[in-house]
Design a binder for this molecule. Structure first.
Ligand code: PAF
Length: 281
């Protein structure tokens, strides 16, 4: 497996693969890989001749008071996970390789990025779309793999690809969880032991919401309240949002739930902001 730090080296390799008629899968990540990422890499390896994992903590998707400087990094461990999962190349550029002096072109997908996480992270999805478009231009993947844990991100990438006629197939893979239901996330390492015990409340609350819907409750407000009630039983948890939106449009559902719907939450456990969701219909 190759580790590439330069855009030009990455491009050369991809061009060689394409000349040989090989298909390329891209798994964009910010590193500190876990079993969720591993499942994306394995799926990409099963569906493509070559797999590139990008590892890049993208500065422009973090707000001023967010965790960019302390975001966990471990390229040696990440590389061995990539190799084990079947990747052929890791693309690990430095920030000044991706963003030259004077960089000023951003992609804004509009209203879809203003709901859910966009409310408390106003520049986040602009940064995500910009870096993902750059990665697509560099790696020219046939398919790109994203996790459902970041369901709004997946919906936004879907829109980005459609709106800009990008020739990439989006593959969204299921959420991978710890045995107590906590969704795997690189940010779980921030949790101290007491917070780690509290964190599965997100999943418990969402399960309560999901069974309420299965038992026939259609009213979005009632579902949100049921979920919030469970989260509020946990003293270390502070809700950022519990929301019900049409998927993949990410438009708020007022009244009855019908059709494909995303039920999502973001919750602070101590200082760590965790997200989780389920999709019905
Ligand atoms: O989901 C992530 O890890 C990031 O938002 C992504 C897609 C790699 C862009 O930096």
């Amino acid at each position: 497996m190759m580790i590439l730090n330069n855009i030009s080296d990455m491009r050369k390799i991809v061009d060689q693969w394409k000349k040989q008629g090989l298909t390329v899968g891209l798994v964009p990540t910010m590193g500190f890989l876990h079993e969720g990422h591993e499942s994306l890499i394995k799926r990409a390896a099963a569906e493509n001749d070559r797999v590139v994992v990008s590892i890049f903590v993208n500065p422009i998707q973090f707000g001023k008071n967010e965790d960019f400087s302390v975001y966990p990094r471990n390229i040696e461990r990440d590389s061995s996970i990539c190799q084990r999962a079947g990747a052929h190349a890791v693309f690990n550029p430095a920030a000044d390789e991706m963003y030259l002096d004077g960089f000023s072109t951003y992609i804004d997908v509009g209203d879809i990025s203003k709901e859910l996480c966009g409310k408390s992270r106003p520049i986040h999805f602009r940064g995500v779309c910009t870096v993902v478009a750059k990665l697509f231009n560099i790696v020219k993947p046939d398919r790109a793999y994203f996790g459902q844990k970041d369901a709004q991100q997946a919906a936004i990438i879907h829109k980005l690809i459609k709106d800009l006629n990008m020739d990439v197939e989006l593959v969204v893979c299921p959420i991978v969880r710890e045995s107590d239901g906590l969704a795997k996330s690189s940010r779980n390492v921030y949790l101290n032991p007491e917070e780690r015990k509290a964190a599965p409340v997100l999943h418990r609350a969402l399960c309560a919401g999901e069974s309420l819907i299965s038992s026939g409750q259609k009213d979005a407000e009632a579902v949100k309240k049921a979920i919030a009630d469970v989260i509020n039983t946990e003293p270390l948890a502070k809700i950022d949002y519990v929301d019900v939106v049409a998927f993949p449009e990410i438009k708020p559902v007022n009244g009855d739930i019908s059709g494909k719907t995303l039920v999502a939450t973001a919750v602070f456990i101590g200082k760590t902001r965790l997200i989780d969701n389920f999709i019905v219909g």
